[in-house]
Ligand binder design. Structure first.
Ligand code: GLC
Length: 649
């Protein structure tokens, strides 16, 4: 779909072309900038490194629109000029140490500033708590301006440069980011690039028919083309927002809305959109964001007759964003949100010569972990782990158990069918029955999400603790059950920490926070069960974290111990060789990590019973968590839902 650069951008490009060096001369001397020659040299050097590739990709995608390209380069320069000293110093440090984010002592946490501390200022005051949790990477959930009741949890951005007034101001954000930087804590922020809110200035102008704005989205006079698109685009929210287009009766137009009707898909075939959105990203980077989470990135290129996901042009765009960051703010990392099967995720790392994202979510391992808890059979998880272990060591995955979104059952059904005879729809039904506590023997308390009876494709929501049975045990006042549930929760975390990459906790999980059902009473939220695990952080319960007799105390201390062991033990290094082994039981996953002559065997019992399992080798091992020494680990007894980290002597 070919779109022309609009007039406004051309004018802007012409204006900035005189202020800045044009694309073709970009490596030459620079005039008209406020910064000193030596510093400019830094920008020039970085631009020169990427210039040919950038121009090639840009011109290929945008039909040799040199005006747009020159504008893009001038925008990069402007963004770099606006970057403050402190951030430039950080750029230099991290450029000199490109592996800085591969360290095994990085521990992440994701949180909503309002749920955690009311406001951004409040969150800054709570930084000591995060430090106490060992967190040095904080993902602040969407905090930019977003209309109330039409925000999709902040994922419908009305202004990329304004903070939601209830949370504070952009100055507050910058202050918080500065404080985090002083503390050695990275800040991650979402960049919702696939769409804007219908309240965004561009959307309002497009709606009003102002020239040059409808081209930023996908507008149609009638349903002919939208219907064609809908034949091949799968629905994102089949129950809560079916279809991929929304009819705007005030202006008699259909607009593409793959997510909610108030989230209008941006048209990246228009270079103005790419230029302005990249400028927004760099604006946020200049406020002190270390990690940019590219939200819903596989969706950003649309083409009739396709599923509009993961198209080759998406990779061109991500590669260009990566180069833009390497030129302007090389200390900034890109985290791709690709919630898909591994074969679709891995290409977003790009190649060693042409990297795209620095980090990606280990989403299939997450979903397979929950599958394993319900089936108590580790075959699929082992198979998934083998696939991850076969990838190059320098791919950095973000490992997590829960996040703000639902758990989608994107499992390898081919393998599952082959090894257990299970087929997709009944298996999903089983998982959902298990995790909603309907299945006999299950103590899980989750809720379905976007239950699509036509496809039998419901997803699932709930906090880690509630899914592990803590909620049921507390409700039933059953201490034995509670102990088991907390053990299960810790075992899952130990499993997450045993994987290479960056572990990210979901705020509240460190004290075993339960589901929050209050969203049922909120008309803006009640249709979206993801709010069940987005409840306010319970500071009163967090107070109990130092009391070892409370479940919060056991949970908190248990996690801290695992995190500290992980940071201290070289076997957890990202460069370690990692593989799975036959533990002798299909209930127990055995993972071996070897690094610099040390060997750690990790065993995870996914069954609710005592199980005998081990690793086929001789020699003495010590459990680094409990200190137990084993002369042989060929056959050891594991408690229900327990784990062992066994270090070879
Ligand atoms: C991402 C977010 C999700 C949001 C969607 C639309 O998948 O994680 O919460 O609904 O993007 O922006």
């Amino acid at each position: 779909m070919k779109r022309k650069t609009n007039g406004a951008a051309r004018k802007k490009a012409a204006k900035t072309a005189v202020e800045t060096v044009s694309g073709t001369q970009a490596t030459g001397p620079v005039q008209g900038t406020a910064t000193c020659g030596e510093e400019n040299g830094v920008f020039e050097r970085r631009l020169a490194r990427h210039y040919d590739e950038l121009k090639w990709l840009y011109c290929e995608l945008y039909h040799n629109d040199m005006g747009a390209f020159e504008y893009f380069v001038s925008m990069l320069r402007r963004s770099w000029e606006a970057r403050k000293e402190d951030l430039r110093a950080q750029d230099a440090r991290r450029e000199a140490d490109p592996d800085w984010y591969r360290s095994r002592d990085i521990l992440g946490m994701m949180l909503y500033a309002n749920a955690f501390a009311g406001t951004l200022k409040g969150a800054e005051e709570k930084l000591p708590y995060l430090r106490e949790c060992g967190v040095n990477y904080v993902h602040l959930m969407p905090l930019l301006q977003s209309p109330k009741g039409r925000s999709d949890g902040g994922y419908a951005v009305a202004d990329f440069r304004t903070v939601q007034p209830e949370l504070g101001t952009m100055e507050d954000f910058e202050h918080l980011a500065d404080a985090c930087r002083r503390d050695g804590m990275c800040v991650c922020l979402d960049f919702v690039m696939n769409h804007t809110s219908e309240d965004h200035d561009w959307a309002r102008r497009a709606r009003a028919g102002e020239p040059g704005y409808r081209d930023r989205y996908f507008f149609y006079d009638n349903w002919d083309i939208p219907r064609e698109f809908e034949k091949t685009i799968p629905e994102v929210f089949p129950t809560t927002a079916p279809g991929s287009f929304t009819w705007l009766s005030d202006c008699n137009q259909a607009v593409m809305t793959n997510f909610y009707p108030y989230q209008w898909d941006l048209n990246y075939a228009n270079p103005v959109v790419f230029n302005d959105m990249t400028e927004n990203l760099l604006y946020l980077a200049n406020r002190g964001v270390d990690v940019v989470r590219l939200d819903a990135v596989p969706y950003i290129w649309k083409q009739l007759g396709t599923n509009c996901r993961n198209l080759p042009q998406v990779h061109t765009l991500v590669r260009m964003i990566r180069m833009a960051c390497e030129i302007v703010c090389p200390s900034v990392l890109l985290l791709g949100e690709v919630v898909m099967e591994p074969a679709k995720v891995v290409p977003y790392f790009g190649t060693p010569e042409k990297p795209e994202c620095h980090m990606l979510y280990n989403v299939t391992t997450m979903a397979t972990t929950w599958n394993t808890l319900a089936t108590q059979d580790v075959s699929l998880l082992r198979h998934q782990m083998d696939a991850v272990c076969a990838l190059p060591h320098d791919f950095v995955f973000l490992n997590y158990l829960r996040c703000h979104d639902d758990i989608g059952w994107g499992l390898d059904y081919g393998y599952l069918g082959w090894c257990s005879g299970a087929s997709e729809v009944p298996h999903k039904k089983y998982l959902n029955d298990w995790f909603t506590g309907k299945w006999p023997g299950s103590n899980s308390r989750g809720e379905l999400y976007n239950d699509d009876p036509r496809l039998g494709d419901a997803r699932l929501c709930g906090t880690t603790a509630s899914l592990c049975g803590v909620e049921a045990a507390v409700y039933e006042n059953d201490s034995a059950k509670l102990e088991q549930a907390v053990a299960c929760d810790l075992m899952l975390h130990a499993w997450m920490f045993s994987q290479s990459g960056i572990p990210v906790l979901y705020s509240g999980d460190e004290i075993g926070q339960l589901n929050d059902y209050s969203y049922h009473d909120d008309p803006d939220k009640r249709e979206d069960s993801r709010y069940i695990h987005r409840g306010d952080f319970q500071w009163d319960l967090a107070e109990l974290r130092h009391d070892p007799k409370t479940r919060q105390g056991m949970q908190f201390a248990g996690l801290r111990r695992l995190e500290e062991l992980r940071a201290a033990e070289p076997c957890f290094d990202a460069r370690a060789d990692v593989w799975t082994e036959d533990s002798g039981s299909n209930h127990v996953l055995a993972v071996c990590r070897r690094y610099e002559g040390r060997e750690l065997i990790c065993l995870f019992n996914f069954s609710s019973n005592f199980v005998h399992a081990g690793a086929a080798r001789d020699g003495a091992y010590t459990d680094i968590v409990y200190g137990t020494r084993y002369d042989s680990i060929r056959d050891i007894e594991l408690y229900p839902h327990s784990f062992a980290w066994l270090l070879r002597e």
